[in-house]
Design a protein around this ligand. Sequence first.
Ligand SMILES: CCCCCCCC/C=C\CCCCCCCC(=O)N[C@@H](CO[C@@H]1OC[C@@H](O)[C@H](O)[C@H]1O)[C@H](O)/C=C/CCCCCCCCCCCCC
Ligand SMILES: O=c1ccn([C@@H]2O[C@H](COP(=O)(O)OP(=O)(O)O)[C@@H](O)[C@H]2O)c(=O)[nH]1
Length: 396
Amino acid sequence: MESLELTLLGLAILLMIVWCVNWCMHLSALIYGKWRLHRQHPDVVVEELPGISILKPLVGIDPNLFENLETFFNMKYPAYELLFCIQDEFDASRMIVQSLMDKYPAVDAKMFLGGKNVGINPKINNMAIGYEAAKFDLVMISDSGIKMNEDTLIDMAVHMTSKVGLVHQMPYICTRKGFASNLEKMYFGSQHAKCYLLADLMRINCATGMSVLMRKSVLDEAGGLKAFGQYLAEDFFMAQAFLDRGWRVICCSRLALQNSGTYSISHHHRRICRWMKLRNAMVPTTVLFEPLSLCMPVGIITAWAVNYIFDISPLTFLLVHTLIWFLLDYTRMKHLEHGSIPFSKFDFVVCWFINEIGYMLLLLQSHLEPAITWRGRHFKLKWGGVVEEIYTKQTV
Ligand SMILES: CCCCCCCC/C=C\CCCCCCCC(=O)N[C@@H](CO[C@@H]1OC[C@@H](O)[C@H](O)[C@H]1O)[C@H](O)/C=C/CCCCCCCCCCCCC
Ligand SMILES: O=c1ccn([C@@H]2O[C@H](COP(=O)(O)OP(=O)(O)O)[C@@H](O)[C@H]2O)c(=O)[nH]1
């Protein structure tokens, strides 16, 4: 009996330690975010910044594609080239790119059609020809849904100091109409931002491939872009290749503004679930630690612990815990927005709860359904992150 009580006491103390670690994570991410993000670079001599080759992999169109791509033609940067990689020669994005190239003849832009089969990852296959044609030593990969501010390239280039090999942007979401967009903002502004900033602070590989600037010479030394075609989480392995060679990988101070014109709650959930499956395979410790870094699971287990040790009402504890967590998320989101949050406080509360609950359900789903579906293709992840495409039989 005594040993059971001791075990329960030990467990309760352990859970309280996990709870304290979570508050330290929350506060460190807030402080680090304040220091790292939204910096200005008034003293930079822009003309001296190195040239950049920007790879834009495109598949299909969405209502914001023209607007998003146009921002790349209007960047304040001395030397850059745009390498549009269009997966299918009959893809509708070809017309959009052509019209932008006609509108901005002074911008160095080229189109590459059809890609090249160098592996399984379709994004890598799509960019393979563009990569070979890149003329600058700094190569940037920028996903189709990204919108750029005029000074984002400057910010990324400034972060590419002599010890740095890869600069990435923390994903965030542009303000668009509707609840689905608010929910996406909530996801990227709360738990995701907290862990992303912390990982960057602790130099843990967390680089997301939607917007990354890399030294091409180092990537070539690692086998070039094609070496990463066997993985679906090519971003993770690319960043790892830089770390393995002693280069620093850092997050710059501008956020990656995702502004896809096609969005819905189910699309967001499918996408996040796909990412969770990749995380589970790449860094298996996240299987245990990701739930332990979420408000509700941590609150519930600690409510039991404080009740066991201090006889405090679990419900009161849970309410106070949730309120403070919520307020810290609100503070972070305000900082990420660099101003006021673009939806009402009521919407914020609703989104916050739906995001917290949805997050836990998605974590469960990511374990139940291991196959990965991406843009209509199905993949099986093998240990170590190598991927295999699953072909389904067509019946006529
Ligand atoms: C008690 C502490 C527990 C901490 C546990 C935290 C668990 C992680 C929780 C949230 C993670 C958010 C930050 C990581 C960002 C990863 C984003 C992601 O999942 N990206 C995958 C998909 O990217 C797209 O893939 C297709 C590609 O074409 C696109 O271009 C990409 O954008 C990506 O592939 C994933 C790779 C693996 C990333 C592993 C990240 C581990 C992060 C650990 C963070 C720990 C921080 C806390 C430290 C105390
Ligand atoms: O078969 C594919 C799937 C994706 N992509 C490109 O890869 C990038 C990321 O795709 P998506 O937005 O679907 O990935 P997510 O961010 O959801 O992981 C985009 O620029 C796509 O155009 C590609 O070239 N071929």
